[in-house]
Design a protein around this ligand. Structure first.
Ligand code: EPZ
Length: 430
């Protein structure tokens, strides 16, 4: 029995060894929802989002919009936003610290009001999380930027057309640039842009609002409109939640059907899953079946920008490698410090060696239950997966990380036969 020391934050108690069976519906994408919510700042008209996941980050985004005076209602998967009465252009520190994607208000605020003040989005446990590329595009478009008392002050008279090539491929950097340029009537060109499905979902919304956007490879040509329309939009499915649940079905030797997926967005992950020995059946345009027989083959994985293997699935695939029949290698090319979960997995018996950007994982017969600590959103998901296959009980602490990006994960897994209890208050046992 893993002893439970006293803590006051919620944690999961997980009993390992259950094979997952059944069907589960995938929620809407967190990383598509957040930029699209901020795009509502570009118009006075009503904006309606559906298929929105019920997540901490979505609540924080709503809190931020309301802080600035917008009217934002979130209820059962729909978000209705009106920014007609916006009175402020400040994203305060206490909100930015909760969610660094708050920086996504900068582009739309500058485009519509010519002013934005955003708390410096500190790094986080997975890396420095720089925003130099965001600021370079704003400056190229004529903005004056200064940093005072931990806040970034940005102002622009009139956004000028921009021709810019990103030094690095950045998801929110591309999203901020698109929104920044979306009310500039002259053509701008962005090169070396990110093409993640979440970026393309924002592109769809901006087009609905009246922005002309052409995409050719990693080049985008944007022609904005001075007055932009409101929009109604159904958010794309969350490809990372889908991948996480597919891994859960496979590594438990289960048989799960994922409903409401977007096949195109998860193709790369499914190829890797099949390489590891999963049986993947396409049941329809938005349904797949994933089965495992208990044997997991070792893998070579390199995280890359989309359409490459997603960094947000790296920790989850590492769990699979921990119990594979052989030695696996995972190289993290996107973030400089996204191996926080390694220490915790080692507490469960994993044998992992880190050298620079590469983790070498020596597959073991099994993992054993332990008390482990979440450090970031996807690391916490990997610890839940490890708990599902570990022998005995696992305690996953600080699951507020998980609640930022997964909607009712324990409920979805329990409906598939897992045994996970969300414990609100610590119990002191021997
Ligand atoms: C987005 O973060 C996602 N978040 C992340 O998901 C995801 O891991 C990441 O893209 C990569 O796919 C949201 O969409 C809200 P980046 P973002 O800018 O935009 C460097 C999750 O788990 N960089 O694409 O912050 C940066 O340091 C989260 O849901 C610069 O150098 O990531 C990083 O090493 C975690 N300068 C790399 O680029 C910049 O100006 C990729 O960062 C911007 C980024």
């Amino acid at each position: 029995m893993t002893s439970i020391t006293s803590y006051d934050s919620e944690f999961f108690l997980i009993g390992g060894g259950k094979r997952l069976k059944g069907r589960v519906r995938i929620s809407g994408s967190k990383n598509a929802t957040l930029p699209i919510m901020m795009a509502s700042l570009l118009t006075e008209e009503r904006c309606l989002l559906s298929n929105v996941p019920n997540l901490l980050d979505v609540k924080t985004a709503r809190e931020l919009l309301e802080f600035m005076g917008a009217d934002a209602k979130v209820e059962d998967g729909r978000v209705l936003i009106e920014t007609r009465n916006l009175r402020g252009f400040v994203a305060p520190d206490h909100i930015v610290r909760k969610m660094r994607a708050s920086i996504l208000v900068a582009g739309p605020l500058l485009a519509r009001f010519g002013k934005a003040v955003v708390g410096m989005p500190g790094g986080c446990s997975i890396g420095a999380r720089l925003i130099d590329q965001h600021l370079k595009v704003f400056e190229r478009g004529g903005a004056n930027i200064s940093i005072k008392n931990g806040y970034i002050h940005m102002e622009v008279e009139k956004v000028k057309p921009v021709e810019y090539t990103f030094d690095v491929i950045t998801v929110t950097g591309t999203e901020n640039a698109l929104m920044f340029l979306s009310r500039c009537p002259k053509r701008s060109i962005l090169r070396n842009v990110a093409l993640e499905p979440e970026v393309m979902d924002l592109v769809e919304v901006l087009k609905k609002m009246g922005v002309e956007i052409e995409v050719e490879g990693r080049t985008m040509i944007i022609k904005g409109g001075e007055e932009l329309r409101g929009f109604e939009h159904k958010v794309i499915p969350d490809r990372i939640e889908a991948g996480t649940l597919a891994v859960a079905g496979f590594i438990t030797g289960g048989d799960v059907v994922l409903e409401g997926v977007c096949l195109e967005h998860i193709g790369g992950q499914l190829e890797k899953l099949k390489e590891a020995g999963a049986v993947v059946e396409i049941l329809g345009l938005d349904r797949i079946r994933v089965r495992g027989d208990g044997r997991i083959e070792p893998l070579e994985v390199e995280t890359r920008e989309y359409p490459g293997f997603p960094t947000d699935m790296q920790a989850q695939f590492m769990v699979m490698c921990c119990v594979a029949h052989g030695v696996s290698q995972i190289t993290e090319n996107i973030f400089e410090n996204r191996f926080q979960h390694v220490n915790e997995l080692q507490r469960m018996g994993a044998v992992i060696k880190l050298k620079g950007k590469t983790a070498t994982i020596y597959g073991q017969e099994k993992l054993s239950g332990a008390e482990v600590f979440s450090t970031d959103l996807r690391a916490s998901a990997s610890l839940v997966l490890a708990g599902l296959i570990a022998e005995g009980e696992t305690i996953v602490r600080d699951i507020y990380h998980l609640d930022r990006g997964y909607e009712r994960l324990e409920e979805k897994l329990n409906n598939l036969g897992a045994w996970i209890e969300r414990v609100a208050h610590a119990r002191n046992t021997g």
